[in-house]
Design a protein around this ligand. Structure first.
Ligand code: MGD
Ligand code: MGD
Ligand code: MO
Length: 722
């Protein structure tokens, strides 16, 4: 081998080797954690992947998913051309068609449905493609449909709602300046590995750590106090914290007197929830509750690190998190350095410390002129607080045609298995006249579409995003699209022309849209294009403290609401204005009748580090790390059921049954079963009903229902061995 051959073999970039390093972003996981990508490209192909060392958010790291980028981009399951369905829905029989044919057919079908049934009969849905959502919402509004829906009907929104109801807007933890962090359900080792370095440093510096989780996570093992509670009982625990803080006079009396509503009622509510009572409900010790409550209240400033999912994935989720968020106000840790601070999002749900017009770009203001949204009668609080329709109500509305019939579904990345009662969800969807799905892969969900469109991965297109320290990146495509794939925004832009929506900005394409959105920050596309690796935003500023002193809180009373004025309006419909604790709808306490037959608490969804919902199951590297569906059970429960570690077992609920491998571990409580969702062979969401929902948010009760386990005895094993 000569020198040049050696350099090529070593993948050394340079003009002689023809290898170029192109900067991009790994968009496999969620916007808060995505790592900078260095893509080594030769002859138009990615030959090596590394983390971007100079990226201030990821410092050169990549997790197992990002490291498998080449397998993701070059997967044999990528869709190469637009497809038209030729067989039954779900059969996977398609013919290849051209983009012109596909877009013309979509435009003519959608316009015909609009004419006959009204724009509202067409739904516009986004799965995980968060980067393209502002464009999709604008597209839906311009089409005249109020039914813009996303996977956030089950993610984050309910947590945001709990904050809106309590203090008007989200307030994130100011980790850097704090003396104490309460991780109220968060497992960064699996879900936000980028945070781990900072957490390590902070713990070493002596910050106090409280962890509240039903499982012994890595973080739990390093906590000063760890409360291993029964799933779905967070509300009772938070009220007991309130009890200790009020009883011992540890609350911020000035803040409570001047800036809160309903303290007297709250005081009465928490008086009843003694640590002893909560200890019984939550299955933790009363002494630990007292210790944690004192630690949080006395450490000032102290912050609560909350999560998008586990606390609100219960039928009592919003109120449970409201009880937690009340503690932030009670202790005066709201909107101060080291506490929880309000910091509005700049781009793609992320606060960047600079202003944009992303929200205006979505045209959400049109909603008030459009017909009512899906879910608005069943979940009026959702409709009041959020701009989207509630996707968990889709099956009901298709089935009943009330308040109006639904006819078409246009999706950027549909995974029907993300919804509870998945089979009923897709069965109802099949009743529609027309389904379009754009995805990278020919997924099981895409197989139900009438037209499937091939979408680009992040390395084949442009997207803009920002990070909280005031860093922004407008990526350049690193390679040509695979096959005939298009960027989602190009699809929307071209389709808006063919639908004659009259939207000049959307028609002009992504650069024009980005230019318009970032204008208030002083950024331009010209400047962003000079920094494909990302840049610091000169106008970015950390959020001011105590902004409420000028304008109050964005609640109806302008104060923090222990008693919510919005919920008060719906008391006639069974909602409560105070964050009272109610058992999950299916728990050993609320349903002792069921618990006889299904004695274990079923918790569906705790993340695994190598998977991102359905996206990385198909990649050989990540799949090799966890080949089979499995669930965590405690040795005591395993022994009682006659199940050994690694054996196949059934998990049965009144709704359904799956077969998974048993992972027998002391890291979960006696009485709990924890299972990751989304496995095609063992779909967790076939175990719960589609209407097992929180009445305030419409969020599914994924993380608490009832089940029983038994050895599989050969049952279903064939289906699992793939
Ligand atoms: N690797 C990977 N990372 C991901 C994802 C993924 O699929 N894979 N998904 C992304 C998405 S969409 C989301 S929403 C986030 C979620 O991010 P996280 O909330 O950090 O992740 P989870 O694993 O869902 O839950 C965190 C912890 O909550 C605990 N928990 C479960 N039930 C309860 C409960 O009732 N009360 C309390 N206090 N704790 C509970 C679980 O045991 C778990 O340890 O992760 C994101 N990151
Ligand atoms: N039991 C249970 N169920 C849950 C949860 C749980 O904890 N437990 N978590 C819920 C939560 S928090 C979430 S966020 C949801 C996640 O649910 P989804 O958002 O549905 O997650 P995915 O399956 O990863 O993504 C959907 C599809 O989008 C495609 N896709 C990815 N990127 C792009 C893109 O750029 N463009 C296009 N057009 N398509 C793209 C993927 O290939 C995939 O087929 O699941 C929810 N479901
Ligand atoms: Mo999520």
């Amino acid at each position: 081998m000569n020198d040049l051959e050696l350099k090529i073999k070593g993948k050394i970039p340079g003009p002689d080797t023809g290898i170029e390093v192109r900067k991009s972003v790994c968009a496999i996981c969620d916007p808060g954690t995505q790592c900078g990508l260095d893509l080594y490209v030769k002859d138009g192909k990615i030959i090596k992947v590394a983390g971007t060392k100079e990226a201030p958010h990821s410092h050169g790291t990549l997790c197992s998913k990002g490291a498998a980028t080449r397998q993701y981009v070059y997967s044999p399951e990528r869709i190469k051309t637009p497809l038209r369905r030729t067989g039954e829905r779900g059969s996977g029989e398609f013919e290849q068609i051209s983009w012109d044919e596909a877009l013309d057919e979509i435009a003519s079908k959608l316009n015909a449905i609009k004419k006959k049934f009204g724009s509202e009969s067409v739904m516009f849905f986004s799965g995980y493609a968060k980067w393209a959502r502002a464009y999709l919402m604008r597209f839906a509004m311009q089409f005249g449909s109020p039914n813009y829906l996303t996977e956030s009907s089950t993610c984050a929104t309910a947590m945001v709602m709990a904050q809106q109801l309590t203090y008007g807007a989200p307030a994130g933890p100011d980790f850097k300046n704090t003396n104490c962090v309460v991780y109220w359900s968060h497992n960064p080792s699996a879900t936000k590995s980028l945070n781990l370095k900072g957490i390590d440093k902070k713990i070493e510096s002596g910050v106090k750590v409280i962890v509240i989780d039903p499982r012994v996570t890595d973080l739990a093992q390093r906590a000063d106090v760890f409360l291993q509670l029964r799933p779905g009982t967070d509300g009772a625990l938070a009220l007991a914290f309130g009890h200790v803080i009020v009883e011992e006079g540890l609350y911020d009396k000035d803040f409570v007197a001047n800036w809160t509503r309903g303290f007297d009622e709250y005081k009465q509510l928490v008086a009843d929830m003694t640590p002893e009572k909560a200890a019984e409900i939550c299955c933790v010790s009363a002494a630990d509750i007292r210790a944690a409550a004192r630690m949080y209240a006395e450490a000032k400033p102290a912050c609560v690190h909350f999560s998008a999912a586990p606390v609100v994935h219960h039928t009592n989720g919003v109120q449970n998190y409201r009880a937690v968020f009340c503690l932030i106000a009670l202790t005066g840790n709201l909107d101060i350095a080291g506490g929880n601070r309000m910091n509005p999002p700049s781009l793609v749900h992320q606060p960047g410390g600079f202003p944009t017009r992303e929200r205006e770009f979505t045209c959400a203001s049109k909603l008030s002129e459009l017909p009512e949204r899906i879910g608005s009668r069943r979940f009026p609080v959702w409709t009041r607080l959020c701009n989207e329709a509630q996707a968990c109500d889709i099956p009901r509305q298709i089935e009943t045609g009330q308040p109006y019939p639904l006819k078409a579904f246009f999706a950027l990345g549909l995974n029907y298995r993300m919804f509870p009662g998945s089979q009923e969800f897709i069965d109802q969807l099949c009743k529609l006249d027309f389904i379009v799905d754009a995805d990278l892969f020919l997924t099981d969900s895409a197989k139900y579409a009438d037209i499937v469109l091939p979408a680009c991965s992040s390395v084949e297109r442009r997207e803009i995003r920002c990070w909280p320290m005031g860093y922004v990146q407008f990526t350049q495509p690193a390679i040509e699209p695979i096959g005939e794939a298009w960027s989602d925004v190009d699809i929307l832009s071209e389709l808006s022309k063919r639908l004659a929506l009259g939207d000049e900005l959307l028609e002009a394409g992504i650069e024009a849209c980005v230019e318009w959105m970032v204008e208030p920050s002083g950024l331009t596309v010209e400047e962003l294009d000079k920094h494909p690796e990302g840049m610091w935003v000169p106008s970015a500023k950390p959020p001011a403290e105590r902004k409420y002193l000028n304008n109050g809180f964005r609640t109806p009373s302008g104060k923090v609401e222990f008693v919510s004025s919005v919920l008060e309006e719906f008391e006639g419909e069974g909602l409560e204005a105070l964050p009272s604790y109610r058992e999950p709808a299916m728990s050993p306490i609320s349903r002792p009748d069921l618990a006889d037959e299904y004695p274990l608490v079923l918790n569906l969804g705790a993340r695994l580090p190598m998977f991102q919902h359905t996206r990385t199951f198909r990649l050989p590297w990540t799949r090799a790390l966890s080949p089979d569906p499995h669930a965590d059970i405690n040795p005591e429960d395993a022994a009682a059921a006659g199940i050994v570690d690694g054996a196949w077992m059934t998990i049965a609920t009144p709704k359904g049954k799956v077969v998974v491998r048993a992972h027998v571990t002391n890291l979960v409580r006696v009485g709990d079963v924890h299972m990751y969702h989304d496995w095609p062979q063992a779909n967790a969401n076939d175990l719960i009903d589609g209407d097992y929902l929180d009445p305030i948010s419409g969020f599914p009760g994924y993380r608490s229902s009832l089940c029983r386990i038994a050895p599989a005895n050969g049952e279903g094993k064939g289906a699992v061995d793939d």
